[in-house]
Ligand binder design. Structure first.
Ligand SMILES: [Zn+2]
Length: 218
């Protein structure tokens, strides 16, 4: 029992450090302002998550919190992110998910405020596991209702969703992949929003996307 606790503490210390590294990166990238985002990493039954209300670029590994899959705090002195239920729902939905990144990035929030879905403005949408990105219906932040809506929005093997009047979320095998997908999501949303300013964007058809999928599979 003591050995298990020691092993968990060592592992989670690494993950907490990684959360801080990506917390700084995500702020420097302009994807997050202040504490308007949260990140987590799963290792086995445990999840390291950023603390509630913390500026991501200034938090320390000790600020991060470890919870189990039920959301119970296992280690840490601060409250876990208010969006922990959403993170847990995404881990529950995808056994291969190793990290979750949630932000209020501007263009994602713009699309999520105006549309029910981000259409296939570019074939890079396939990097997010679908032919479009669904917008989960609005629900109050931090609620199980929002967590359920987001889980539904990523159903079918998708790794990203937008949250109506809120922001976006991505899942990855690790923080690097989840972060990269957050950047792809924001780029797609920016291209779409800017395209609307120029004219009527051309949306790729299912056949065109299927052709790209075949090429990617080669
Ligand atoms: Zn949020």
């Amino acid at each position: 029992m003591i050995v298990i606790r020691l092993e968990a503490a060592v592992l989670l210390e690494d993950e907490r450090r990684e959360l801080c590294e990506f917390g700084r990166l995500i702020v420097e990238s302009g994807l997050v302002v202040g504490s308007s985002g949260n990140l987590s990493v799963r290792r086995g039954r445990l999840i390291a998550v950023t603390p509630s209300g913390a500026p991501l670029e200034r938090m320390t590994p000790d600020d991060c919190v470890v919870v189990d899959l039920s959301g119970t705090v296992v280690e840490g002195t601060r409250a876990p992110s208010s969006e922990t239920p959403m993170h847990l729902a995404l881990y529950e939905a995808d056994p291969d998910a190793g990290a979750v990144v949630h932000t209020h990035a501007v263009f994602g929030a713009v699309v999520a405020t105006t549309l029910p879905v981000l259409p296939a403005i570019h074939y890079n949408v396939l990097l997010l596991g679908g032919h479009d990105v669904r917008v989960a219906p609005y629900a109050t932040y931090g609620t199980r209702e929002l967590a359920a809506a987001v889980r539904e929005a990523v159903a079918g093997g998708r790794s990203a969703a937008l949250l109506a009047n809120h922001g976006g979320v991505t899942v990855g095998r690790d923080l690097t992949q989840a972060y990269d997908r957050t950047r792809v999501l924001e780029w797609l949303c920016e291209v779409y929003v800017r395209s609307l300013a120029v004219g009527t964007p051309n949306i790729l058809t299912a056949a065109e996307l299927a052709a790209v999928e075949r090429r990617m599979a080669q």
